[in-house]
Design a protein around this ligand. Structure first.
Ligand SMILES: *Cc1c(COP(=O)(O)O)cnc(C)c1O
Length: 425
């Protein structure tokens, strides 16, 4: 038995499904996972010493590529001064200042330890600030695994083929309304907040239709509801100021995660003072965390944001464009019909019967994600040393470490993988 299978066997004896997050188990693509031994830049190596060009990048945090020397240095320096205190530090203030400086309209921010905590806390805050119970979310948007937000989720929930989730009571989702993405819903005065991924990156990649985000802003203003942008993926990735800057729409609350932690467990939520002042200790909405503002995580986040200058976003976009065009060409040459919707450096990948039209909502995304084609291409790529996410609902995450040579190697491998898949069909 190989080292990967051996580890998976051991893992399954002591960890449910052998993994600590369901999509990692390869359930929706078949087969068994590789276990990572180490990673560097665009590459990772599995337990058997096999190298992969990695487009998972931890599902987004690896925007600089793996093990960036500046991040390692910052984390090492922070660790040598102690790993957690339960008291405030300058590092938290510095990262908060950086976030406030980058995000126009965000005046105050609180750090948590995951994206899930960020969205869960933002929802509680919105309810506390408005005194209303209702939440509107969009089908196919994933906001982490808090009970109230698990209804019709993308990403891991979709990959598992779950419409909802056992253990989430009717009561927990009684105030959650699920609406179709890209349609502005009608809101009434029971709605505390509308939460949205401004670019939906957990059902492949679905771009906001013209006027959708502006329409949400106007509908929330009319109804007195708060608009929450879940920028856990788009934040500090689509622009210095994330999706809000890119689309010119300002929400009342933002949620961050992934990039902001530079690979360590961090999330954050923030907004204008009029809303944030409802949080304890200033107001009556409780929220806290033993490891919130962790000094190692703050050091990684601060170093990562510092390296993301304007040039970085242009480079990321150029890389994603080269990758999207190259992959589309490689698949087309082999006769595989695909579409690779792209927004900035975010990339989706769907296969279908040509010509494939980029989806605009969850129903359309599901037709393309569940037709059984992605797993074949996924495995053909993986065998040849390119790692995409093991699920058709995930985006691709090219990083600053994916230079043109790495992208071109990916495209060559994809051409070979695509003809192998086509010859089996
Ligand atoms: C990943 C993700 C989350 C959840 O973040 P975790 O750190 O996994 O808890 C929330 N919202 C979006 C948009 C995400 O992509």
């Amino acid at each position: 038995m190989g080292a990967n299978l051996d580890l998976f066997d051991r893992a399954q004896r002591v960890i449910p499904g052998g993994v600590n997050s369901p999509v990692r188990a390869f359930g929706s693509v078949g087969g068994t996972p590789y276990f990572v031994d180490r990673a560097q830049g665009p590459y990772l190596w599995d337990a058997e010493g096999r190298r992969y060009i990695d487009y998972v990048q931890s599902y987004g945090p690896g925007i600089l590529g793996h093990a960036h020397p500046a991040v390692l240095e910052a984390v090492t320096r922070a660790a040598s001064a102690g790993t957690s205190y339960g008291a405030p530090t300058e590092a938290e203030v510095v990262l908060a200042e950086m976030v406030v400086d980058r995000i126009a309209g965000l005046e105050s921010v609180r750090f948590v330890s995951s994206g899930t905590e960020a969205t869960m806390s933002a929802i509680r805050l919105a309810r506390g600030a408005t005194g209303r119970p209702g939440i509107v979310k969009f089908a196919g948007c994933y906001h982490g695994h808090a009970d109230a937000l698990l209804a019709a989720g993308g990403s891991g929930v979709a990959n598992q083929g779950l419409s909802g989730c056992d253990g989430v009571t009717d009561g927990a989702v009684a105030d959650t309304i699920v609406a179709p993405y890209n349609v502005v819903p009608t809101l009434d005065e029971t709605v505390a907040a509308v939460i949205v991924e401004p670019v939906a990156a957990n059902m492949g990649l679905v771009a906001p239709a013209d006027g959708f985000l502006e329409g949400l802003r106007a509908a929330c203003d009319t109804a007195g509801a708060l608009l929450i942008f879940d920028e856990v993926i788009t934040g500090f990735r689509l622009a210095r100021g994330g999706a809000a800057e890119r689309f010119g729409v300002t929400p009342d609350l933002w949620c961050f995660g992934k990039v902001i932690g530079g690979g360590l467990p961090v999330g954050a939520f923030g907004g204008r003072w009029g809303v944030m002042e409802h949080l304890a200790p200033l107001g009556g909405v409780y929220q806290g965390g033993t490891l919130s503002g962790n000094p190692l995580a703050m050091a990684a986040g601060r170093t990562t944001l510092k390296l993301l200058d304007d040039g970085a976003f242009d480079r990321l976009t150029a890389t994603a464009t080269r990758l999207a065009d190259g992959l589309a060409g490689a698949f087309a040459s082999a006769g595989l019909a695909s579409t690779l919707p792209r927004v900035g450096s975010l990339l989706g990948l769907y296969f279908g019967d040509g010509p494939v039209i980029p989806p605009t909502d969850f129903d359309e995304a599901k037709v393309l994600a569940d037709n059984g084609r992605y797993p074949k291409v996924f495995h053909a790529l993986l065998e040849r040393g390119v790692a995409l996410a093991p699920g058709a609902y995930e985006a691709l995450f090219p990083s600053l470490a994916h230079d043109d040579a790495v992208v071109d190697e990916t495209i060559e491998i994809a051409a070979d993988a695509a003809s192998a898949v086509a010859s089996l069909a």
